[in-house]
Design a binder for this molecule. Structure first.
Ligand code: NAD
Length: 543
């Protein structure tokens, strides 16, 4: 029992290190990369704190160098899924009864460990396993995850601080209970920070978690488990069971104790999960909380008054960093004809300077896409465009999977504003531009709002304030994260709470108290000091 009022001060965002030549961090990261390339690892399932080896070994290779084996992981199956649920249920009581400040200290300590001695381990794992450049790894596996682990304890106090009013003789209070049952966290391949946040956000609020990381990102997931263990996370609070979703997920999703799902990934998989739960909703002890952040078809719309250099930089960084594999990456652009004429050659000249290759060569701005399935899917979109007279590939459109899954940055012009390239999530380095007549800005905004089913991120580029206001107004529901004169990627915890609606998810805003609120089930308690001792009301008396 802790007697004292514990305060968590508002955190600052973790500074992004530069990795410029001659810096300490560059030397340390290079050493960590070499070490990880030389020493392959064997990763077990981690259930109730124990390492479980199933013997179903799956090889992990670097997407940019198919000859580089990073190690193997033991694939979980139904047995391990059931063991993980049992371990979570067992660990839940002691963890949820623990003082909230003690739970907070585990994540605060994890943040310090990651900011220090584990920084380059997790960055190197993210770079090699997911093919991220050092900068992309630094802003993800270091800074964003540190921020999640420092800010969420602070946001937790905001949730707990929400208390009802009381009167002279009645005390009202609210207990923010964890959900009944366990939470199932299912994470995507593309962000180590999201992988680390999906299980730890519900755990912080007193829940126990079964976590299925992406099969393409098991290496960083393993190091996240190590950091949490060293930070003092009790055994069984988070149980890691790597393996393919269709195999591992069904026994967990169908368990009667399922209290919630914390998912990030594609729209299709999320709707499958929702359908699975909904198909027999009466069997659960409570309605499972379903939180899912999903796909996007993010946009940039430029007004004729836009600053063209800022627009070009936003397109290049937004669409091509991490090979366009960010849920927030702009992949459809609307540009007025006169502006396009002025900027076209400059944009193409900039893209021509981009180098694509291995993550260990720091001069590469882009690396490989995650796997062969993804490579083939992106190539299909490129070939679709090549074979259509109303589409024109004006740069890139070339690819090679002989050594790694490399696709060059590609720009396509379409005359069809509702082409599938303007509607569907491609999740690769392919951006499609629709050029509209300068005097049809309102029509372009309307198109932008109604073309795709998603509503995740978007940006307007304009100097003219009326044009900015018009975009903010018309595109109200087109993006849950909207940017004015900036690229629509790179949301920062505590600054731009992240998430979208429509087909992009439940918009529960990772990196804010709104997400944590989903992992509690509040109990309102009324305590009356002087209760009535007679049932009769004054109005019942005879005059
Ligand atoms: P994915 O949907 O293929 O996989 C996500 C997770 O779901 C993985 O762990 C996967 O193994 C699992 N899974 C697959 N089939 C399943 C099933 N039938 N049942 C249960 N789980 C299953 O997504 P991905 O390729 O890993 O990630 C890319 C997608 O994630 C893109 O659509 C991207 O837009 C989205 N994303 C969204 C956000 C966001 O905040 N909105 C952030 C990152 C990624």
């Amino acid at each position: 029992m802790f007697n004292g009022i514990f305060h968590i001060r508002e955190p600052q965002n973790e500074p992004v290190l530069s990795y410029a030549p001659g810096t300490k961090e560059r030397a340390e990261l290079k050493a960590a990369l070499e070490d990880m390339k030389r020493n392959s690892v064997e990763i077990p399932c981690i259930i109730g704190g124990k390492e479980i080896r199933t013997g179903n070994l799956v090889e992990m290779r670097a997407p940019h160098d198919r000859s580089l084996v990073l190690g193997y992981y033991h694939r979980a199956g139904t047995t391990e899924a059931e063991m993980a649920i049992a371990a979570a249920n067992e660990a839940k009581h002691a963890w949820s009864e623990m003082d909230w400040s003690s739970r907070a200290t585990v994540l605060l300590k994890a943040a310090e460990l990651l900011s220090g001695k584990y920084r380059q381990t997790l960055n190197a794992a993210t770079m090699l396993c997911m093919s991220k450049s050092c900068h992309q790894a630094e802003i993800d596996s270091a800074c964003e995850l540190i921020d999640f682990w420092r800010f969420n304890p602070y946001f937790m106090t905001q949730v707990y601080d929400d208390q009802p009013i009381s009167t002279k003789d009645v005390l009202n209070y609210m207990e923010h209970r964890p959900l009944e049952g366990f939470v199932f966290a299912i994470s995507p391949f593309n962000f180590t920070s999201i992988a680390g946040n999906l299980p730890t956000a519900p755990a912080l609020m007193g829940n126990a978690v079964v976590w299925k990381p992406s099969s393409n990102a098991v290496l960083p997931a393993y190091y996240i488990m190590k950091i949490l263990k060293e930070a003092g996370m009790p055994d069984g609070v988070i149980n890691m069971i790597p393996g393919p979703g269709p195999l591992v997920a069904p026994p967990v999703l169908n368990h009667l104790d399922l209290g919630g799902v914390h998912f990030t990934g594609s729209t299709y998989v999320f709707s499958t999960i929702w359908l699975t739960i909904g198909s027999d909703i009466r069997k659960y002890y409570s309605y499972p909380r379903i939180v899912g952040e999903t796909g996007g078809k993010d946009f940039i719309i430029a007004h004729v008054s836009a600053d063209e250099d800022a627009l070009i930089a936003a397109i290049v960084r937004g669409a091509f960093e991490y090979q366009g594999q960010k849920c927030s990456a702009p992949s459809r652009i609307y540009i007025p004809d006169t502006l396009w004429t002025r900027m076209r050659d400059k944009l193409l000249d900039e893209i021509a300077t981009i180098k694509v290759g291995d993550v260990c060569d720091f001069s590469n701005f882009m690396n490989a896409v995650i796997d062969e399935e993804s490579f083939d899917k992106i190539v299909d979109y490129i070939e679709f465009a090549r074979n259509r007279p109303d589409h024109k590939i004006i740069c890139g459109g070339t690819y090679d999977k002989s050594e790694g899954f490399f696709i060059n940055p590609t720009v396509i012009i379409t005359e069809d504003p509702r082409s599938k390239l303007m509607c569907e999530e491609i999740f690769g380095p392919v951006v499609t531009v629709f050029i509209y007549p300068e005097n049809e800005y309102d029509e372009a905004l309307e198109l932008c709002d109604t073309t795709s089913p998603y509503g995740l991120t978007g940006a307007v580029f304009a100097i003219d304030r009326l044009a900015i206001e018009r975009a903010i107004d018309v595109l109200r529901h087109a993006a849950g994260n909207f940017y004015v004169n900036d690229k629509p990627t790179g949301a920062i915890v505590g600054q731009q709470p992240f998430g979208g609606s429509r087909a992009s998810g439940t918009n529960d805003k990772a990196g804010s108290w709104l997400n944590l609120e989903r992992w509690v089930s509040p109990r309102a308690i009324k305590e009356t000091f002087l209760p009535p001792r007679d049932y009769r009301y004054p109005f019942m008396q005879e005059p």
